[in-house]
Write a protein that binds this ligand. Sequence first.
Ligand SMILES: Nc1nc2c(ncn2[C@@H]2O[C@H](COP(=O)(O)OP(=O)(O)OP(=O)(O)O)[C@@H](O)[C@H]2O)c(=O)[nH]1
Ligand SMILES: [Mg+2]
Length: 229
Amino acid sequence: MKRPETAKIRNIALVGHGNSGKTTLTEALLFSAGATTRLGRVEDGTTTTDFDEDEIRRKISISTALAWGEWRGHKITLVDTPGFAAFLADAKNALRVVEGAVVVVGATGGVKVSTEKVWSAAAALDLPRVIYLSKMDKDRADFVRVLEDVRKNLSASAVPVQVPIGQESGFTGVVDLVRIPVVPEEHQISGSEQVKTVRRNVRTSVCHRNSMVAERHSKVTAHHARLDE
Ligand SMILES: Nc1nc2c(ncn2[C@@H]2O[C@H](COP(=O)(O)OP(=O)(O)OP(=O)(O)O)[C@@H](O)[C@H]2O)c(=O)[nH]1
Ligand SMILES: [Mg+2]
């Protein structure tokens, strides 16, 4: 990438409790952006940001690491911070030099004490935050329970912008509540049984599983409609 204009630079920290999935998410983001050609794994010691010998041996992040990729004309620097309590000072320092944070929460374990600590540190700096739920594919992953946990312990006004389709071994993807097109029933083309089943699962996932998600969806949609005016 050519030297980007300052307005096209974004620095984002990934913070959260130990083992929540920050390095794995960083790796996935770099791969999706085409910054790497191979998706590394923490287990194999092949990730971009856990490169230190000790990190590879212990399979945890020990210090903050930077990596960058290009996304829609922007240079995004990802700041992958360590989550274990002994290294939390590193994460808090990283928050001072970024414009936003991704707070990673495991969908199996929910919000932990260190999640609350990094959340408060980011809030004290007035940083915009998104919460990313990792491990939706693992046993005991529970989107609704963790969303309630987030609203109780981090922010009562947290709004889901994406919801998972299925969970645990049935996790197959996500629905973007902001971008999902609302197609009137009479205009929907009838499809194969498989298409109908997928559509039914998506609808169930978005609206019926939890009325809170449906209510928040309408708030997000209304908010975006106002922004578009
Ligand atoms: N099944 C599954 N495993 C995941 C997912 N995300 C992370 N993991 C696994 O969880 C473990 C911890 O992942 P990391 O990415 O190292 O977590 P971290 O938050 O960077 O950990 P620290 O930096 O040490 O705090 C690794 O074994 C990952 O492979 C996920 O979405 N699904
Ligand atoms: Mg890590």
